[in-house]
Write a protein that binds this ligand. Sequence first.
Ligand SMILES: Cc1ncc(COP(=O)(O)O)c(C=O)c1O
Length: 419
Amino acid sequence: MGQFLTHLESPWDGSRHEARTLQTTHAGRPLVARYDLERIAREVERDSTYYNAGCLWSFRDLLPVQDDRNIVSFGELATPTLQLARLGEQLGLENLFLKDESRLPTGSFKSRGMSVAISRAKELGVTRVAVPTQGNAGGAMAAYAARAGMEAWVFLPSDTPEVNKLECELAGARVVEVDGLIGDCAALLREGQKLFSWFDLSTLREPYRLEGKKTMGLELAQHFGWRFPEVVLYPTGGGTGLIGIWKAWEELSGIGWLEDPRAPRLYACQSDGCAPIARAFERGERTAEPWQGAQTLASGLRVPSAIGDFLMVDALRASGGSALGVPEASITGWMRRVGELEGVAICPETAVCFEALVRLVAQGRIQRHEEIVIFNTGAAFKYVEALRAVPRAERPRFRPGDSVDWRALAAQFERSARL
Ligand SMILES: Cc1ncc(COP(=O)(O)O)c(C=O)c1O
């Protein structure tokens, strides 16, 4: 298994790099994994039961790990693609779906990237890892590192959601808070790295987290009968999710496994509290200027400057989609609305996609009949601070023996239903 990895490539300058040794970046830009797609087409059977096993590692022919014994996994089951029929009806959309990544180990899609990156790092002899994080990547890295028996260091902004800090500590990681943004965390990491030689698992500073994220696209295509839906909306920070989905389309096209070769239109969704990719896209630029004063409840999207900016912009353009930053104030309302209508607890990052969707439909850039998939990238329950800000009814409280005015109580809830 995993014998199809051939080399690493810099998408910035096209240079070719060795994949058998530990690699980071080239000239400050990401390296991506390349496979022998022709040989996969000849030797791997797409419809084997193996491919339909319904978990991330069933795709291991398209992943970099060479020896199965190095796989570090909690059983990353394929996530469901749920039709949002009630919300779709309200919005006048016939085919609205949510791919629910909150079911994954550690409650976010970050487990995909970390399962693959930690497995490959183990294979290449790494024993100590570190990451600067907005929260979920740290939680995932801490858990996979614990399972692999690696030492883990997590650097996070001090205003990261509390649950993220606690989950890292629960998994035995050394958690360092920084009064700053993710770039400040990365700077501190690099300072400590000189002494401790941690392997840096920062977004796109090693090639294999992206490979794990790619499995979101592979699963999506498999779910739709080996083709992609017309539209994908993705909450975008560092960009590996979005870039990974595009890489899945490119590789599946290259192998010839798609029943319908059309690419999905990708939309990168950001909050206007931190929207560097949306701004670069609107300006027609390929790289993004750092965003000043980044602030958003959608903590995973608070990435003022992304090393993979050009990969995102290239993918968005090639797909025929775009990027947009939507009002921060819309986040909590969408968390409530999706929860109330569909029972799904979406994270604040995903909430921005719903606001973006409504705007894109109003602009005529997404058609009402199209198949639309939004990714719920994380579990709302990890964001206690954001949940407290979600509009809700005043919660009544009684002592045993109190007399209750039931009609008044019902009226109170009725009013809150119109929040
Ligand atoms: C829940 C959630 N959604 C989306 C993102 C953004 O992901 P990416 O960095 O792949 O763009 C993050 C990143 O931290 C996240 O935690």
